[in-house]
Structures are given as C-alpha cells and as structure tokens.
Design a protein around this ligand. Sequence first.
Ligand code: COS
Length: 387
Amino acid sequence: MKSDLLNLSEEQRGIRDLAREFAMQEIAPFISEWDESAHFEPSLVKKMGDLGFLGMLLPEEFDGLGVDTSTYLIALEEIAVVDASAAVMMSVHNSLPTQMILRFGSDEQKLRFLKPMARGELLGAFALSEPEAGSDAASLTTQAVRDGDDWILNGTKSWVTSGNHAGVILAMARTDTPSERKGARGIGTFIVTPDMPGFHVGKKEDKLGLRSSPTVQLSFDNLRVPNANLLGQPQMGFVYAMQSLENGRLGIAAQAIGIARAALEAATAYAAERHQFDKPIREFQAIQFKLADMATRVAASRALLHAAAHAKDRGENVKQATSMAKLFASETAMFCTNQAVQIFGGYGYVKDYPVERLFRDAKVTEIYEGTSEIQRIVIAREQYSHE
Ligand code: COS
C-alpha cells in the first residue's frame, strides 16, 4: 500500500481528480512536442481559468474557488506530475500576483484585476529579479520617479515567468532617490500592464528545462504607470514581495514534489518491466533501495509542505517553514530524478522515456524563488531570530 499521508476530504479528492484528468487530456499528449519546440500553449490559460485553477486561493466574490492552501497545493502537485511547465505558470499566477493584489491592493485594484485573473482572461507575472539583482533582490536598480499622477519607470527585469503572455505584471522598482538610498525599504510594487507605453518584452531564455514555460526579460523605457497602479505603500514593495514569496515557495515545493513523484512512478514501473540477469531489476536490492529512498523523500516532502500550508492558514509565522518545505522538496526532486535516470540506465539518458525531461525540469526548483542557499539563510536566520 503506497502512502501519501494525506487524509483528503471529498472536495480535495474531487479537485485532485479534476486536475489529473485535465493534465492527462489537455497536456500529456503534447508534452514531448512542446518541450522539444519550447512551445507555450496559450489556450491552457483559458482552460485552466474555466476550471478554477487560476483563482484557487481567491474568494468566491472574485470568481475564485476560495479553497485552503493545502487543497491548492494538491491540485498543483497533480498538474506538475504531468507537466512542470504548466505547473509553474499556475504556481506563479496563484501564489504571487493574485495574492499580492488580494492582500495589499486597493478595492479598486481588486475589482479591476482579480476576476479576470481568476477566470484566466489575464495571466499574472512577477518581476523582482534583474540582471544584476538575483539572490540580493533588494539591490535592484529599476527606478520609479513620481511625475504628477503617474510614476515613470526605467530598468530591466529578468527571469520573468510567463512575462510575454501576461496581462498583469507585479513589478518592483526603487521609489527612493539616488541621493538617499533606503535599501529594502526604498522599493515599491507596481501593477504594470503590457499596453502601457514603454513596455517591451526582451530576450526569451533558451532553457535546460521547463521549456514550455516562457521566461523573458522585460524592459521599461520611460514606462508611465498611473499612481492608481501602485500597490499599497510606495516604500513597502520589497516586504510585500518577500511575504508573497512565502506563498510562492510553497507552490514551487508542490511543483517539485510533482516532478519527484513522476520520476518515482516512472522508475517503479520500469523496474518491474526491465529484465536483466533473468529477472525484473526491481528484484535487485540496489534498485529497491533507490525506490525506497525516493518514496521516503517524496512522502517527507509532502508531509512538511502540508504542515507548512496548514500553519499558514492558521495565521502562524511560516517564514522558516515555507523555506524548509521549498528546500527539502526541490532537493528531493533533484535526488529522485537523478535516481530515476540511473534506474533507466541508458534509456534514462534519451528522450524516448520521460525521466530525461524530469531530470532537466527538476534543476530549476533549486534555483528560482530563492536558491537552496537562500532558503538555508532564511531558515538559519529564523533559527536565531528570537534569541
Ligand atoms: N515577511 C515579511 N517581511 C519580510 C520577509 C518576509 N518573509 N522577508 C524579509 N522581510 C522584511 C524584513 O523584515 C526587512 O524589514 P525591515 O527593514 O523592517 O527590517 C526587509 O524585508 C528586508 O529584509 P532583509 O533585511 O532580510 O533583506 P535582505 O536584503 O537581507 O534579503 C533575502 C533577504 C536574501 C532572504 C532576500 O533578498 C531573498 O529572499 N532573496 C532571494 C530572492 C528571490 O527569492 N528571488 C526570486 C524571485 S522569483 S525568480
């Protein structure tokens, strides 16, 4: 009896099955082709919106499903088992821009953006990183200058998931002045839309994995943003981004667990079929131990993730727990995909089987939304923060 350690309610089982069915029907048949050609399928956004997958954490008054964090992560894992690229689009949209507007936006901003975002009519993106500001996110240099009722933004944002298909981008820019820099407390968050003059989509990255999720640079060239599109307080944008990345990191952990589970399932099936030395290779202890370690780490990642999600929904401080969940799940994805390739042997190294793609897809989970090194810094700082 395989253990997922989740005691799912009837509603959660229904949402999980819907996500599984959607991914199997609408994504699975095209996955190799889209991966090979780095194709993002725009129709997925509307289809996912119609099913409620793009407004999972939004209240019903904004056309959302209003489910708890755990239920959202169950759906996300299910999509990620089939396609980590669709999963990251879903994770970023649900965890970052929609949540930021819901938590920190004005009533007018909520009314304008949240319903179309929940329905999949407007895809959301998050633009924090810059070419010279990655782990040290507060060193970003995109500048916002107040001009009457507007702000004028200049700078380049990088690594923006879905940035070339997004209808709404939450972008961080400096609101302090070059003569009086205020570090992390001199940054605002702006709701940018691609129709604003001065908005340009730049380089699309040619990536190792997650090839059907586009990652682009965005440049702002005297981009004029109305003050009505400033999110909350002009000096609080970095804090909003950090708080929101707690949600984001839970989403990436669920995505990583999906990748790890897909690797485990593929390796388990292959080990039963593949015969060497006159028996299925799963009868060799060398293979059994790999499968056991993979299954254990997947279960442990999931238990940690859902414990963090429940704590978040109880309103507890989950800064440390979300980083732990993301760290452990992403390293589990890398471990499991590596083991799966090893179990497949030469067949794991070619595109005829899915584990080659899973191995490539797993790596970025240790990098984006905070590298494993940054997660360890957050975990360690929290460990002694109350001394
Ligand atoms: N919740 C609420 N506030 C937070 C917070 C959180 N999770 N994390 C940080 N803050 C606040 C801090 O309390 C601090 O506020 P004060 O000015 O009142 O002290 C402020 O934000 C700055 O935080 P800190 O001093 O920790 O900033 P650092 O520059 O040291 O950066 C790290 C901290 C390294 C953890 C942060 O830059 C980070 O997470 N980097 C990775 C960025 C990332 O994930 N990028 C991926 C983007 S998506 S590809």
